[in-house]
Every structure is written in structure tokens, then in C-alpha cells.
Design a protein around this ligand. Structure first.
Ligand SMILES: Nc1ncnc2c1ncn2[C@@H]1O[C@H](COP(=O)(O)OP(=O)(O)OP(=O)(O)O)[C@@H](O)[C@H]1O
Length: 242
């Protein structure tokens, strides 16, 4: 479970353009479920996901992981879970790479290098050998039917293929949690439905999935265990508690 208690994120603190993007949010996100964050543009969805995914720290409040153990941490988890709100950048980076897989709207693939190299980019070789990562990359390329493009540069791929490369890259470290920000925004409805089939696969593997989306194919999906609605940095509807 991921537990947020009174989480606030403000930008440009102390300046005249100070802005609170996430405002006193408390929420429990159940493991192994799909939680969809829905809301108008600017409502704070991306900011909230970036806080949970250790890409930034909250201005105040606490975020705790329960039962999700970053692989590099030897210490036992206490009853209060593992607090990620105030960790030094070095630890945040390690947790981000070992625990979370990210899928972005623009896919954020690196041009000029191959599909295989893109999938391998986030590989985190302190937890497994390079050979193990290479084997996983080949397996993921096969799973998503992009093996024949492994040596191609990403700029030669179609939109659907790019999406599958981005998904394979998100899985290279076998993360417990997948975070996807508007993953279907640049896809037609057929590819969006295919994306949701892949989400079903994630859930089947017991992964926790968080998606920010405006797309009814995502938030109306039967796969969504919970739809959390946001407006002006606050939760307006938090769906049924699991
Ligand atoms: N680094 C930043 N500095 C200042 N303001 C920011 C920063 N990042 C985000 N914001 C502001 O915070 C608000 C929330 O942004 P956020 O991207 O979280 O919204 P969102 O719900 O994901 O929107 P969208 O659906 O358009 O992606 C926006 O008004 C945005 O302009």
C-alpha cells in the first residue's frame, strides 16, 4: 500500500508566483490494484504521481510505502511503513529506479539509439547482473512483439511500436509499481485498448498500477479498481475504498 497523509506540493515557495499544485491530499493506494487519477488539466495529477514516484519531494505531509520494499534496503520495515517524503536525492533515485516503472505521454524515448538500448537504459545493475538485464530485455521485446526492431533506432518506429518500447523500458527493473501519465493521449482507440490489455497483464502479475488520464477508455475500464478525481490540487471524489 502507498499511503499519503496531508501531502502538499507548492512551487516557487516564497516568491510572488507561489503555486500549490497538490493541496493537503490524504489517500491510501492499495497494492495490486489499478488506481486512475482523473481531473481537468492543471488539477495536480502529474504532480501527485511525481511525488509518489520519488521524482520530487512534498513540501509537507508524508508518503509511506507499506509492503513495497525497495530492493537495495536491508533494514526491516517498521509498522509505519517506509517513509519516502524526506529522503536525500541519492536514495530517492535508487527507490525510483528499483521500485517504480514510468510510462509517459510522449514516451520519452531517446532518439539516435536502438530500441534495445532504450529498453536497457534504466537497468539498475546493482541488483542483478548485466546478463540478467539483457535476458529480460530480450524477453520483454518478444513479449511486446518488437524483437525484430531491437536494433532499429526508435525514430523509425510507428506510434504503437513506440508505446510498446516505452512499456518494455518501464518493466526492465521488474518494478512493483507502474506509474503512467496520460499513456493513451497520443494513441488511437485501438491502441488505447491494447494498452489496457497490457495493464491487465500488469495486474495479473500483482503490480500496483497508477494512471493519470482524461481518457474514458482508461477511467471507465472494468480494470480500474478505483477512480480518484482531482480539482485544484485536491481530491474531490476518491472512489470506493477498496
Ligand atoms: N515546476 C513547476 N513550477 C510551477 N508550477 C508548476 C510546476 N509544475 C507544475 N506546475 C503547475 O501545477 C499545476 C498542476 O500541474 P500538473 O501537471 O500536476 O496537472 P495535471 O492535472 O497533470 O494536468 P494535465 O492533465 O494538463 O497534465 C499546473 O497549474 C501547473 O502549471
Amino acid at each position: 500500500m502507498i499511503e499519503l497523509s496531508h501531502v502538499t506540493k507548492s512551487y516557487n515557495v516564497g516568491r510572488n508566483n507561489q503555486f500549490t499544485a497538490v493541496d493537503d491530499v490524504s489517500l491510501s493506494i492499495e497494492s495490486g490494484q489499478l488506481t486512475v487519477f482523473k481531473g481537468p488539466s492543471g488539477s495536480g495529477k502529474t504532480t501527485l504521481l511525481s511525488l509518489v514516484g520519488c521524482m520530487s519531494r512534498p513540501s509537507s505531509g508524508r508518503i509511506r510505502l507499506h509492503g513495497i520494499r525497495p530492493a537495495f534496503l536491508a533494514a526491516e520495515e517498521g509498522n509505519d511503513g517506509f517513509d519516502i517524503s524526506n529522503l536525500p536525492e541519492r536514495f530517492l533515485t535508487e527507490i525510483r529506479r528499483t521500485t517504480f516503472g514510468f510510462i509517459f505521454q510522449q514516451f520519452n524515448l531517446v532518439r539516435g539509439i536502438s530500441v534495445r538500448e532504450n529498453v536497457m537504459l534504466p537497468a539498475y545493475p546493482t541488483t542483478e547482473s548485466h546478463a540478467a538485464f539483457q535476458a529480460r530485455a530480450e524477453e520483454l521485446l518478444r513479449l511486446f512483439d518488437i524483437s525484430r526492431h531491437a536494433a532499429s533506432r526508435v525514430e523509425w518506429l510507428s506510434g504503437g511500436e513506440l508505446q510498446r518500447v516505452a512499456i518494455a523500458r518501464a518493466l526492465i527493473n521488474n518494478p512493483a509499481v507502474i506509474i503512467a501519465d496520460e499513456p493513451t493521449a497520443h494513441l488511437d482507440s485501438k491502441l488505447s485498448r491494447e494498452f489496457m490489455e497490457i495493464v491487465a497483464l500488469f495486474k495479473g502479475q500483482g503490480k500496483t498500477v497508477l494512471i493519470a488520464s482524461h481518457d474514458p477508455i482508461v477511467y471507465d475500464s472494468r480494470l480500474a479498481d478505483r477512480v480518484v478525481e482531482m480539482r485544484d490540487g485536491r481530491i474531490t471524489v476518491s472512489g470506493p475504498e477498496p
